[in-house]
Design a protein around this ligand. Structure first.
Ligand code: FAD
Length: 508
């Protein structure tokens, strides 16, 4: 087979026409970014099928989305109003250690460390000395989440993300993209036409008979993975032995109480349940492992546990956790669910779409697809995903829900060596680290490891050089800083009313 980077006469094929297949969150994020930043250099077409629709979930995000919006010049108020968004300061994990326990993985920075060791070393030493303050007391985002307080803008020090309505978000980005020149074609793709020599995709055939040709194709067809999976046969690397949940039931309910600025993740007997508060409604769902819980039982449990009037019918989604071995193959790059899936425990999927399209723009093959570009793109994508995978597996593996067959499996399963190394390092010496370009910071690893009950046996000896009085001064000072800042923040609900109350009541 001819090298796909090279055209039939030995010339590289310049890339001008980009075709995005699929108009879910992935498709429209890709369209928005490409049209805003490279629109003058490219002709961009997006094909989506109203008959197939989108997955309709994906409503909790993480802070880097704000940087992405900033890059595109998206107005925050307009975005929050249009998507019924609320603020998110972190995730409350309930019953993940033992039943009845709760910890928050917040987006903030906890305390202040020294160059030789992070703050948690000092906190561990203080605990040994008899101090009783909880770790979260030194983090403003953590305390603000608990207190239901929030503000944003130049005066506010909070690091935050959003809860948003996925369908409205896609519509918002569609309007943005069309304004920047993206051509949208409605229709169902029935065939992917490839060059018989190189295997490169040349066009998409729609059921209407229309044919959409392009130089570069972005596969955003969701779990169907029509281009990268079905047509190009990029192998799927299955991670379900580490992340055995394979099903989810989403359900929307009417909001029955003021929205709190955090996502709830509640461990259940064979998985976990999410609760994402928007302005008018709440996104709920149960993620579970079908080996341990039937679909009917999952639906019954979910309906028993949600509060507020259901606005949708529960429906089962099936998935396999893992990734496409090559997210970029031939002249096709997969984004979103087409490229693989890690369950939404830390709300990382939309973030991965954003980093995927940003990476593509950095390595964009204007002068033709080069193996070196592909190789670098795939290397960075793999690295990013493996770090996130390890972080998610950590939550499952460190559970203390003894006697629950699903959780017993997770506690005893073999884990990736990279994660085993991290756990050992923290357990033995309280060290946590962030790899180059890794998404999750030391603060995240520490909050989750402590939250899941992993107690370090020792910590940095530097902390022993502090007297009790010095420790008192350090912790007292940091604690009062957080308290003072907390009292300046308004109630989250009052903030929403004033800043971005959506003018249209959510229609489902
Ligand atoms: P989809 O939304 O499925 O869109 C696929 C598009 O392709 C649609 O427009 C469809 O019409 C089109 N298409 C498919 N086949 C054809 C065809 N033959 N012809 C034409 N068009 C076609 N992510 C987060 O960041 N946070 C979360 O809280 C979160 N929660 C999740 C909960 C669950 C249960 C699941 C399953 C995922 C969750 N995700 C979350 C992931 C998130 O939903 C996705 O990353 C995001 O919605 C992107 O989806 P997509 O655009 O890749 O796919």
């Amino acid at each position: 087979m001819e090298n796909s980077a090279v055209g039939e006469k030995g010339r590289k094929k310049m890339v001008k026409r980009v075709v995005i297949s699929g108009g879910g969150t992935a498709g429209w994020i890709a369209a928005a970014a490409l049209s805003k930043k490279l629109g003058e250099l490219l002709d961009i077409t997006l094909v989506e099928s109203d008959a197939i629709g989108t997955v309709g979930v994906g409503e909790a995000t993480i802070p880097p989305l704000r940087t992405f919006h900033h890059l595109l010049g998206i107005d925050e108020r307009a975005f929050m109003r249009a998507t019924q968004a609320t603020a998110k300061l972190g995730i409350a994990f309930e019953n993940w250690g033992r039943e009845g326990e709760r910890y928050i993985h917040s987006f903030g920075k906890t305390g202040t460390g020294a160059w030789m060791c992070d703050f948690h070393h000092f906190w561990l030493r203080a605990k040994e000395m008899g101090f009783t303050s909880a770790f979260g007391e030194f983090c403003l985002e953590h305390q603000a989440a608990l207190a239901g307080r929030f503000a944003c803008g130049p005066e506010s020090p909070l690091n935050f993300a959003y809860h948003l309505d996925a369908t409205r978000y896609a519509a918002f980005l569609r309007a943005f993209s069309e304004k920047h020149g993206v051509c949208r074609v409605e229709g169902t793709i029935c065939d992917v036409r490839q060059n018989p020599h190189s295997g490169d995709i040349e066009s998409l055939l729609l059921e209407t008979g229309e044919e959409i040709s392009g130089d570069l194709f972005i596969d955003c067809t969701g779990f169907r993975s029509l281009l990268i999976g079905t047509a190009l046969q990029s192998a799927f690397e299955d991670w379900s032995h580490w992340l055995p949940c394979d099903s989810a039931v989403p359900l929307q309910t009417r909001a029955s109480e003021p929205a709190m600025p955090y996502t709830r993740s509640i461990a259940e007997s064979s998985g976990w349940r999410w609760r994402i508060p928007l302005q008018e409604r709440v996104g709920n769902g149960l993620v579970y492992c079908s080996r341990y819980l039937s679909d009917d039982e999952a639906i019954t449990r979910l309906l028993e546990q949600v509060d507020g009037e259901p606005l949708t019918d529960p429906r089962v989604l099936r998935f396999t956790t893992g990734r496409r071995a090559a997210a970029w193959k031939n002249n096709c790059i997969a984004l979103g669910l087409a490229s693989g899936f890690i369950e939404p425990l830390e709300s990382t999927s939309i973030h991965l779409i954003v980093t995927g399209i940003v990476r593509l723009m950095q390595l964009f093959p204007f002068n033709g697809v080069e193996p070196s570009l592909q190789g670098e793109y795939n290397r960075q994508t793999r690295r990013e995903l493996e770090d996130i995978r390890d972080f998610i597996v950590l939550h499952y593996h460190l559970n203390q829900r003894v006697g629950d067959p699903f959780w017993d499996y997770c506690r005893h399963m073999a884990i990736p060596d990279s994660l085993a190394q991290r756990i050992a390092l923290f357990h033995e010496r309280a060290h946590a680290f962030q790899n180059n370009d890794e998404l999750f910071r030391v603060d995240s690893w520490v909050q989750v490891m402590l939250g899941q009950g992993l107690q370090p046996l020792s910590w940095h000896p530097l902390t022993q050089m502090m007297s009790e009085r010095e420790m008192q001064r350090l912790l007292g000072g940091l604690g009062s800083q957080v308290e003072r800042a907390l009292h300046l923040l308004p109630e989250h609900q009052a903030f929403i009313e004033q800043y971005c109350r959506g003018d249209v009541v959510a229609k489902v």
